[in-house]
Write a protein that binds this ligand. Structure first.
Ligand code: AMP
Ligand code: ZN
Length: 115
């Protein structure tokens, strides 16, 4: 998929606006447009990769940078009571945007398993 066809690449380029909460050299985090919890942040690599399986195989250091960004966000957003990180992957995983992203959900009690 080329960048111009990818929603999250267009967010990285600024073509589509987002509410950014964190930006590093290689990682961007922004508020989800349809939040499923009081805090719902999407964390992505700025370079395109389709899902966490592809990213973990191609650039595990960048996958680690996503986790580091989540640590920063947890402190920045005051998530001392906890949070959930979800990488929806592929069709059975419910992935609708084909650019790898972590959902960070917090601010309410999150039941398990999810519906
Ligand atoms: P997934 O279903 O796991 O692929 O997650 C895609 C997420 O992207 C969903 O939670 C959407 O609400 C979110 N989303 C879609 N478009 C935007 C946008 N323009 N800005 C922020 N989040 C978005
Ligand atoms: Zn992309």
């Amino acid at each position: 998929m080329s960048n111009s066809d990818c929603l999250f690449c267009r967010i990285v380029s600024g073509e589509i606006p987002s509410t950014q909460v964190l930006s590093t050299d290689r990682v961007l985090a922004f508020r989800d447009i349809a939040p499923q919890a009081p805090v719902h942040i999407v964390v992505i690599p700025k370079v395109h990769s389709s899902d966490i399986a592809q990213l973990g195989a191609q650039d595990p250091a960048l996958a680690g940078e996503l986790i580091a960004a989540i640590s920063t966000l947890a402190a920045q957003e005051g998530l001392e009571q906890g949070f959930r990180v979800v990488f929806n992957t592929g069709s059975d995983g419910g992935q609708t945007v084909g650019h790898v992203h972590a959902h960070v959900l917090a601010g309410r009690s999150l039941t398990w398993p999810p519906g």
